[in-house]
Design a protein around this ligand. Structure first.
Ligand code: FEO
Length: 397
């Protein structure tokens, strides 16, 4: 649990919650990371989700934490701020450290408003804990909420980064990347976390990377997932790529299909892309695969082909939901294709193509629409569209 001479990991695993934010599946759990910094004074950095109170109290006992002088609140989403009221009761003299927006939110969520409870800081302010341990505070608005800040401990070259660089997945006894046999699992879950939760805030992420870029870093201590030591550079590069929508060659084909006809179209496209040299292809049924896993792969590969039948004179709902999610997250820089089917109302294919175009994606080839079931002519159109898309994907290698 000791990360450096002055920093102790106080995080807790959650293997009980099934949906993060009541939205995103947690097949491998999640951790809520908190850290204790010890100088002459002691500071706790962030807390945890309210349901983890028993485990968090056990952590405090385990480390004999009799006194907390400061509670630094980097981020107010309740998965990290949930234990503020309980800690305030346990450590009544503790000062809560946050910026003006944080203080306003603490009052709103937890009814704590008396000025003596707070140490209000501004961007760039420092707090000296003694023994050379000086915390500095850096606002990074909208990574992930308006009040969000990160805290830097210069003597250890260590950044408490809030949600930034975080991952789904519990820690299962480990703490840092040096203790994990397969860090790639956490990198995959970092991409899913980013695509689901942070992607809308790509520009603030880029601003934060630029703002913090000059800080020497040996450790990144996020609020979810491993403490990054060995892979600090890879983590920063990954976040830079994700927030610039930099992808690798490959295709995600997402379809909806009530009776298997539109699914056949997806299979024909996938086969043709493969024949044309696209060697990373993911085919997803939007009705049966959780959105989060689809988003994660869309943020990985540069090709995106979406199809659905018409439903209620619109797009089959799970696919419409995906398109809305992509629009809200400002997806960019993808080679795209559209296909669809109908029985009497020709709507979905056109609306999918329009949605992809409206997002500014590179709609490639002629969108392919099928009436009721496959014909040789439709198959030929699907192959032609796949050829055009494959050419752009492969060319990007
Ligand atoms: Fe992990 Fe935005 O909270």
């Amino acid at each position: 649990m000791q990360i450096t001479d002055s920093v102790i990991y106080m995080g807790v695993d959650d293997h009980t919650t099934t949906l993060f934010e009541s939205l995103w599946p947690l097949p491998a759990g999640v951790s809520y990371n908190s850290y204790l910094v010890k100088g002459e004074a002691t500071a706790l950095i962030d807390t945890a989700e309210i349901h983890t109170l028993p485990e968090f109290l056990a952590r405090l006992r385990q480390h004999d934490v009799n006194k907390i002088d400061y509670l630094v609140v980097n981020h107010m989403e309740p998965d990290h701020s949930g234990l503020i009221p309980e800690l305030k009761l346990l450590y009544p003299d503790m000062k809560i450290v946050g910026n003006a927006l944080t203080v306003n939110m603490i009052n709103g969520y937890y009814g704590i408003s008396d000025s003596e409870s707070f140490l209000i800081v501004k961007d760039g302010d420092t707090l000296n804990l003694g023994k050379g341990r000086v915390l500095s505070f850096h606002t990074v608005p909208m990574v992930h909420w308006p009040e969000t800040m990160v805290t830097y401990l210069a003597c250890e070259q260590l950044l408490f980064s809030g949600d930034a660089f975080g991952t789904f997945g519990a820690m299962n006894g480990a703490v840092s990347d040096t203790m994990i046999g397969d860090a790639d699992i956490y990198f995959r879950e970092m991409r899913r976390y980013y695509a689901c939760i942070v992607a809308k805030y790509a520009t603030p992420v880029q601003n934060a990377l630029a703002k913090l870029g000059s800080l020497p870093l040996k450790y990144i201590c996020s609020t979810h997932g491993p403490v990054w030591c060995e892979q600090v550079h890879r983590v920063i590069e990954e976040y830079d790529r994700l927030s610039r929508n930099v992808t690798e060659p490959g295709a995600v084909i997402v379809y909806g299909s009530m009776y298997g006809n539109t699914a056949q179209m997806a299979e024909i496209i996938a086969s043709r892309l493969s024949e044309k040299g696209v060697d990373k292809i993911k085919v997803y049924n939007a009705a049966t695969t959780d959105l989060s896993f689809i988003l994660a792969d869309i943020w990985k590969y540069n090709g995106l082909i979406i199809g659905a039948p018409t439903y209620n004179a619109s797009i089959f709902p799970p696919v419409r939901n995906l398109l809305e999610a992509l629009k809200l997250r400002g997806l960019k820089h993808h080679v795209a294709g559209a296909f669809g089917s109908f029985t009497w109302a020709s709507v979905a294919c056109r609306q999918i193509a329009d949605a992809l175009t409206d997002m500014g994606l590179d709609l490639t080839g002629e969108p392919v629409e099928m009436k009721m079931s496959l014909t040789p002519e439709t198959e030929s159109k699907l192959r032609a569209m796949a050829d055009a898309i494959a050419a752009k994907i492969v060319k990007s290698v």
